[in-house]
Design a protein around this ligand. Structure first.
Ligand code: AHR
Length: 500
């Protein structure tokens, strides 16, 4: 029997809804085909944006969307994507498959998508191959209300009122595809570029995000912060609001990542072990950040995370299309629990990527659409958005096929809503063993407990022929005596329990 202790009287921080954010890049079929099909498509759409996809994404309350990249961002020139569609410039998408990008999805279309989704907008600017004035004009084009060259251009393009930008990223992976910069050089450039990201409305502040590290490159974090804090303004807000972190889970290595649906138990535990490394990364980058920002005013922004496998056989290697199994569900479940538990420092996270690319929540094929196991995890976990993290501890045991890739059998996070209801999300990482769990509260009197589960064998996934193989089910085998809860959590499963 594993004990799950919950001290519902001890709140540890606010869970920003943005921890459940998404990322959509001009890559493969994420934007074109996945989100945008054009006004003349036979696929039902609103101003070219798929209705089925928008409805599904609203179902998981997506809070924020990052766009246009990724590596694409540092080669994107926003002026190519405005105005009459037929005269928009065509370009080569050099990073992703060398295909023609016709720019039919640009600034207006992205902001319309955010409006349809009722989510915040996170735009990633081009520092790698763009200029300061190009970045500054983009912000002016989108957000300035009065008379100015860029505001006038926006109005001439049919949008009288400005939009709001919630987050603006100054470059992407500038240690790599975003210009191969050294940290000190990037940080000096960051200081310059961010100066010209103006807040045209005093009550609509744009949060500025500085490019952070690749996985465990703690030296990048240290050097970027050292340079940006050198003679920085006393009030760091408005200078740097977030520092990003990218980490992908690959079962093997970059040359041979591993397959999405064909794997054994060794690879199952290896993948989960690698996904759990996210916690070490957050802890260690936080230690560096704490030296410069002890009050935690700068958020850690994990704006790319998820599983990265070999592409599905027969698909374009540059399109990064992969299937999604119960293994992805467990990676999502345990990663989101980690983010919840670090909500004092982690202020936003964006899974890579939303549709048809990497660990997608939705896959499409023409007019067909399926929800992946990862989608269902986001569905279960939406209860944590805007809730307060509650202190919890589970006495897990370590399991695995070898000593190197051990993982805890159980992993959880717990939050409380304004109305006092408590949500537990708990994962069973074992591929084949169920466990009895007893939940012990400090004081809480339990009136009711309702549970849902996502479970199946480890390689199970949804296909266009069998769309419901993996889906959420109600879980009734839960006992309570008013003070404690008892249940048996099935192997390979993600569960949510709502307690009133
Ligand atoms: O998400 C795919 C790519 O991974 C992004 O374009 C880049 O930022 C990262 O390396």
């Amino acid at each position: 029997m594993a004990n799950l202790y919950i001290n519902e009287n001890k709140k540890l921080g606010h869970i920003n809804p943005e921890l459940y954010g998404h990322f959509a890049e001009h890559l493969g079929r994420c934007i074109y085909g996945g989100i945008y099909v054009g006004e003349n498509s036979s696929i039902p759409n609103t101003n070219g944006i798929r209705k089925d996809v928008v409805a599904a994404l609203k179902g998981i309350k997506i809070p924020v969307l990052r766009w246009p990249g990724g590596c694409f961002a540092d080669e994107y020139h926003w002026k190519d994507g405005i105005g009459a569609k037929e005269s928009r410039k065509k370009m080569i998408n050099t990073h992703w498959g060398g295909v023609v990008e016709d720019n039919s999805f640009g600034t207006h279309e992205f902001l319309e998508l955010c409006e349809q989704l009722a989510c915040k907008a996170y735009i990633n600017g081009n520092m790698g191959s763009g200029t300061v004035s190009e970045m500054s004009e983009w912000v002016e084009y989108i957000t300035f209300e009065g008379v100015s060259p860029m505001a006038d251009l926006r109005k001439a393009n049919g949008h009288e009122k400005p939009w709001k930008i919630d987050y603006f990223g100054v470059g992407n992976e500038n240690w790599g595809c975003g210009g191969n910069m050294r940290p000190q050089y990037y940080a000096d450039e960051y200081r310059r570029y961010q100066t010209y990201i103006r807040n045209y409305k005093s009550n609509e502040k744009i949060s500025k995000i500085c490019c952070g590290a690749n996985a465990d490159d703690y030296d990048w974090t240290e050097k970027v912060l050292k340079t940006t804090f050198d003679h920085a303004p006393a009030n760091i807000h408005g200078f740097m609001d977030g520092l990003s972190l990218h980490y992908y889970t690959l079962p093997n290595n970059w040359e041979n990542k591993g397959q999405a649906t064909k794997f054994n138990k060794d690879v199952w535990y290896k993948t989960l072990h690698k996904a759990l490394f996210m916690e070490t990364l957050i802890n260690r980058h936080s230690l560096v950040m704490d030296q410069y920002d002890p009050d935690k005013l700068i958020g850690m922004i994990v704006d790319e995370w998820g599983c990265w496998y070999d592409v599905e056989p027969g698909t374009n290697p540059g399109f990064l299309y992969q299937q999604n199994t119960m293994r992805d569900a467990l990676v999502a479940g345990l990663t989101l629990n980690i983010f919840n538990k670090h909500c004092d420092r982690v202020k936003m996270a964006n899974i890579a990527q939303m549709i048809n690319v990497l660990q997608a929540v939705i896959l499409t094929e023409g007019e067909k659409m399926i929800l992946t196991p990862t989608y269902h995890v986001f569905d279960l976990y939406q209860c944590h958005q805007n809730a307060e993290l509650v202190d919890s501890y589970i006495d897990a045991t370590f399991i695995g096929m070898d000593n190197e890739n051990q993982v805890p059998n159980l992993q959880e996070s717990v939050s409380m809503n304004k109305d006092g209801s408590i949500n537990i999300t708990i994962n069973n990482l074992s591929a084949d063993e169920a466990y009895e769990v007893q939940t012990i509260f400090t004081q809480k009197q339990i009136k009711s407990a309702t549970a849902w589960i996502l479970t199946n064998e480890m390689t199970a996934h949804n296909t266009f022929q069998n769309t419901e193989k993996v889906h959420i089910e109600k879980f009734d085998e839960i006992e309570t005596n008013g003070k404690e809860l008892k249940f048996k959590i099935l192997p390979c499963s993600v569960m949510k329990i709502m307690i009133i």
